[in-house]
Design a protein around this ligand. Structure first.
Ligand SMILES: [Zn+2]
Length: 510
């Protein structure tokens, strides 16, 4: 017997392949019945929340398969130095100075762009010394892989001409060996080894996380994977708290930084561990593989060892791979490694994150590796013009090649990589479908076959069925009926996570 419903959705539209259904019922965290309005209305009681969808489309909740929650939340607390807001160095200096008046301690900015379409060069200590000489100033590059510090900040974290480059990082230096203020791949070093408290207060951060949660729900996102390369036990505890107290009212899968695997295991947590009734899940071991400093770090032999080691501990890996050489190395390391030691069966899958530069020969290696690809087509939407002016013409069609991955039947999930770009899954689907930037510039390459297919890539579900977890969004306009140019404007009117109505934009009632 079908239990009485906690939530009833009436007068909705459902994705293709679901017949003429218009309504569904939710109870106990699951979808319990799907049918027409008359059938489903009968399951409602006086206690049920009844929503009239007004003809809007009911979809499985969107999954952002790769983002960085706390960094995205923190951006709301930092000075916006993106080229769209601050067009030159002088504007950045002004914006940072203005914020300096209102806060104590570190002055933090984010999003500057050294490309020809941004500033045309990196920021340096001399630029930032114009902001302040008596307080530390730090501005992060849009990629998250570099930052610039002023002289006071360099002194605060203990960097001078005698400081050697830390493993995996680079301290940029001028012709005289003096640090320029630019640091590459030194986020962890700054956070862990410099031990400088520069983050917002816990209360400020909580509010920023709450705001971000609502932003995600408004897009119809019901689950995210946090791909933080330094996620460890402390981060797990933070997500435990915030998914339990409603600060983060959506599902979170937390990857574990490779260097934190022992720490996580010592706490008795293994791959697939859950908390708060499945609201929080422990995911893959995250490995950073970069070529941004000119050579692959770690090198292919070290990488192979790391994958084998993670598998031995029972963790599938997720390898950050942007450049062609990195994607090749990741695919080979995963393909050659013995399987993950665990009893999770087919649910265990290694992942290649970003898969940015992926021409056909590389894509073939990805296919043979058996890994899931997690590209970020949203970059084409938000940064298409930059790619057109900075990426070799023959490589452009193979950037974040969602259509080609699908055609080769490679398991694929889409992620935003926020905070690098806005976590708008509809922009990411639009670019997968159109291979166009927001401004309409053609990037070229194979398009995803249909909006319905793009939705499957971003939700992991082909249809809504009784028995599935009630992670749902009621969206408008209908993403399956509009042009890809309009797709980025789709928003959720109501979002349900694990059978609870956690977001409502417009009054939807009978
Ligand atoms: Zn990332």
């Amino acid at each position: 017997m079908t239990p009485s419903a906690e939530i009833v959705l009436l007068n909705g539209k459902f994705p293709v392949g679901m017949g003429n259904r218009t309504a569904l019922a939710v109870a106990g965290g699951q979808v319990v019945a799907i049918g027409d309005d008359r059938e489903i209305r009968r399951l409602a009681t006086l206690k049920s929340t009844v929503l009239n969808c007004g003809g809007r489309t009911v979809i499985p909740g969107i999954v952002d398969a790769h983002c960085h929650l706390l960094a995205t939340a923190a951006i709301g607390l930092r000075v916006d130095c993106r080229p769209a807001v601050t067009r030159d160095v002088a504007a950045i200096v002004r914006a940072l100075r203005n914020s300096a008046a209102s806060k104590d301690g570190w002055i933090r900015g984010h999003g500057y762009d050294d490309s020809p379409l941004g500033l045309g060069r990196h920021l340096n200590r001399h630029d930032l010394d114009r902001v302040a000489t008596d307080r530390p100033v730090r501005v992060d590059h849009r990629s998250g892989h570099a930052c610039a510090l002023n002289s006071h900040a360099l002194a605060t974290v203990g960097i001078d001409r005698l400081t050697p480059d830390p493993p995996g990082g680079v301290i940029a230096r001028d012709d005289y060996g003096e640090p320029t203020g630019l640091l590459l791949e030194m986020d962890d070093w700054l956070r862990d080894r410099a031990r400088v408290s520069e983050d917002p207060s816990p209360g400020q951060m909580r509010q920023a996380v709450r705001d971000l949660g609502n932003r995600l729900l408004a897009y119809g996102i019901t689950a995210v994977t946090d791909a933080g390369p330094s996620n460890g036990l402390e981060r797990w505890r933070y997500f435990e708290e915030t998914t339990a107290d409603g600060t983060l009212p959506l599902r979170v899968t937390m990857m574990v930084g490779f260097d934190r695997l022992e720490e996580i295991q010592a706490a008795g947590l293994g791959y697939g561990a859950t908390a708060n009734g499945g609201a929080l899940v422990l995911g893959n071991a995250k490995i950073m593989l970069t070529a941004s400093t000119g050579q692959l770090r770690p090198d292919p032999a070290q990488l192979a060892e790391m994958v084998v080691y993670a598998h031995e501990l029972g963790f599938p890996v997720a390898i950050h791979s942007v450049e062609r050489d990195a994607v090749v190395a990741a695919a080979l390391a995963i393909g050659d490694a013995p399987p993950v030691k665990a009893g999770y069966g087919s649910r265990v899958r290694d992942r290649i994150e970003h898969c940015a530069e992926c021409p056909p020969d590389v894509l073939e290696l990805v296919a043979q590796s058996g890994a899931m690809a997690v590209p970020n087509p949203g970059f084409l939407h938000y940064d298409g013009e930059r790619y057109l002016s900075t990426v070799a013409t023959d490589l452009l069609p193979h950037l974040y090649p969602v259509g080609a991955l699908v055609a080769r039947r490679i398991p694929t999930a889409l992620g935003s990589d926020a905070p690098v770009i806005e976590p708008n899954p509809w922009a990411s689907m639009a670019a997968a479908l159109s291979r166009q930037s927001a401004g309409g510039a053609d990037i070229g390459g194979m398009k995803a076959p249909s909006a319905a297919e793009a939705l499957v890539l971003h939700s992991g579900q082909r249809r809504i069925t009784p028995g599935m977890p009630a992670d749902l969004a009621v969206v408008q306009p209908d993403p399956l009926m509009i042009s890809s140019a309009d797709l980025p404007n789709v928003r959720s009117a109501a979002t349900i996570v694990a059978g609870r109505l956690v977001w409502r934009d417009v009054p939807l009632s009978q």
